[in-house]
Design a protein around this ligand. Structure first.
Ligand code: PLP
Length: 396
């Protein structure tokens, strides 16, 4: 009998008890709106921002309603407007080009490499072709490119970098936290990311003027002095009359749930990486399967794993996928023509100009993806890798 896996790929861990208790306190007090605080009280949202700034090392942090909102807010705060070209890697998730479209700007896709990171040569070429002044860099599935080289290219081209850290919260490049290389970084606290409040997002930056605009954009009703990780008053005086309120705040309930999770994140990252390395080892040396080697400079958060079946073609990939599914292992494929669930590819975003990215097409055609929730054990990880390796061998 072939072995099967019976776990659930979308089952998260419960919210820590400390988070549940903090959430109950907020609900009992009734002060859920972030600016609804008692005299002398500092709200949960302001405390979360302060703790997140300390966690990343950023001067300023802002909590918002979602990761997509955080990206859109960063674009607006940078002054990106209708028709502006915004560079972004072609391998990313739908809310990334969506945030660009939300400010009526134009997504300009950049090729990715077999390491699943942005192709730096193509980036340089696109900068000179388009004159774009903003790169929305998505660290898709946690893969971080050579940030030193990327920043050198962008600095030389006068390009500001927004880092989309939805998959790299807790990750590093050469020891520097992800999100600390560009001008501003956006994070998500949606259920499938690294800390879970259902929905939510965070924004960090060292730029006082940009962050003052972001705070006002998020809907601060001139109550910015209730923040603890915001720029000084002078920064707000410069922008407060000319920055619209595009409401997208976080509330105290979500922040209360998130604070204990943020404190636990380093330990959770270690657990994710143990699962990741176990699956990676189990897949290595499978004929026809290419493991994505992670550079030594990268501090990973292995909350999902990707691998390539470069020579398989659509039919054999479908065979592997259905063989794994029959044995309880959920693999996603980025080569499918139709967007399915969370998995879609750049040609599906037809509101953007049609663009041709042959290298990305070739890579996505063989790209498989799998979640690694923390409810899995190391034995589960071993079993899952064994099933995948088996099905890949069987489809040779
Ligand atoms: C989830 C995600 C976002 C957006 O986050 P939401 O909180 O769902 O809006 C942005 N970029 C990537 C790569 C994501 O995976």
């Amino acid at each position: 009998m072939k072995q099967s896996f019976t776990g659930n790929f979308t089952q998260q861990e419960p919210i820590p008890e400390a988070g549940i208790e903090a959430a109950l306190r907020v609900m009992r007090a009734g002060r859920l709106h972030r600016y609804n605080v008692a005299v002398g009280e500092v709200g949960e949202t302001a405390l979360l921002e302060q703790e997140f700034a300390a966690f990343t090392g950023a001067a300023y942090a802002l909590a918002v309603a979602s990761g997509g909102y955080a990206i859109g807010c960063a674009l607006r705060a940078m002054g990106v407007g209708p028709g502006d070209p915004v560079l972004t890697n072609a391998f990313t998730l739908a809310p990334v080009p969506g945030a660009i479209a939300a400010v009526s700007a134009r997504p300009v896709f950049v090729e990715v490499t077999e390491s699943l990171t942005i192709d730096l040569d193509h980036l340089a070429q696109r900068i000179s072709e388009t004159g774009a002044k903003v790169l929305l860099l998505s660290h898709m599935r946690g893969h971080i490119c050579d940030m030193g080289k990327l920043m050198a290219i962008c600095d030389a081209g006068g390009v500001s970098v927004i880092e989309d850290c939805a998959h790299t919260m807790g990750g590093t490049w050469k020891g520097v936290p992800s999100g600390r290389h560009g001008r501003v970084a956006a994070y998500s606290t949606q259920t499938y990311k690294h800390i879970n409040s259902g929905e939510g997002g965070l924004l960090t930056s060292d730029d006082p003027d940009l962050m003052a605009r972001a705070v006002i954009l998020s809907g601060s009703y001139m109550l910015f002095e209730r923040h603890r990780a915001a720029p000084p008053r002078e920064a707000f005086e410069k922008v407060k009359y000319v920055t619209p309120n595009v409401s997208g705040r976080m509330d105290n309930l979500r922040a209360a749930i998130l604070r204990p999770q943020l404190a636990d994140l380093p330990a959770q990252v270690a657990r994710w990486n143990a699962l990741y390395r176990t699956v990676e080892e189990g897949l290595r040396n499978t004929p026809g399967l290419k493991v994505i080697e992670r550079p030594a400079e990268e501090g990973i958060v292995g909350s999902s794993i990707q691998f390539l079946l470069p020579e398989f073609g659509a039919d054999r990939i479908a065979q592997v996928q259905s063989g794994c599914a029959a044995r309880g292992v959920e693999l996603k494929w980025f080569g499918g023509a139709e967007p399915v669930g969370f998995t879609s590819r750049y040609e599906s975003w037809r509101y953007a100009e049609t663009q041709s990215l042959p290298q990305t097409d070739r890579i996505l055609a063989g790209l498989m993806d799998m979640r690694l929730p923390l409810t899995f054990s190391l034995d589960d990880a071993c079993l899952i890798a064994g099933i995948i390796a088996d099905e890949v061998r069987g489809a040779q």
